[in-house]
Design a protein. Structure first.
Length: 148
């Protein structure tokens, strides 16, 4: 009887040992699978981040080029105004002087901007160009986020 009891304990221990080994193996496999999934997720996130970074880099270069072009155009306008190659005119007609007060027979004159107004105009053009370029960059960024 003792022999059967001892044999039963030995068989039970072996079964328990096999069960524990299988459990350890299954746990190790599950942990390896989880690590692979995490690695795949990390690689996918990294790839997505790299794509976004490339897109943002292109958007930034577009923004900088647009800004550079606008500043170049404004500098050309400013230079032309200083050289009197171009003039800024107000789209207006000066009021006609009454006939009695008219001297020299001049009936109409063109309205021109003062030098202060010209500087203000150029400054406003620069600010508008910068804002348009900035808004364009923001729009492209938001659209790239929306497409993800």
């Amino acid at each position: 009887m003792r022999l059967y009891l001892l044999l039963g304990l030995l068989i039970g221990s072996l079964v328990l040992l096999v069960y524990v080994r299988e459990l350890e193996r299954d746990t190790a496999i599950a942990e390896a699978n989880l690590a692979n999934v995490k690695k795949a997720d990390a690689l996918a996130s990294l790839k997505q981040l790299q794509e976004w970074n490339a897109s943002e880099s292109a958007n930034r270069s577009d923004y900088l080029q647009q800004l550079k072009d606008a500043k170049h155009e404004i500098q050309n306008l400013e230079r032309d105004l200083a050289n009197n190659t171009k003039r800024l005119s107000v789209n207006a007609i000066c009021p006609r002087l009454p006939q009695a007060e008219s001297t020299g027979g001049v009936t109409e004159q063109t309205a021109e901007l003062s030098s202060d107004a010209e500087r203000t105009y150029i400054r406003l053009r620069e600010q508008i160009a910068e804002q348009e370029a900035w808004i364009s960059l923001c729009h492209k960024t938001v659209m790239s986020w929306a497409s993800e």
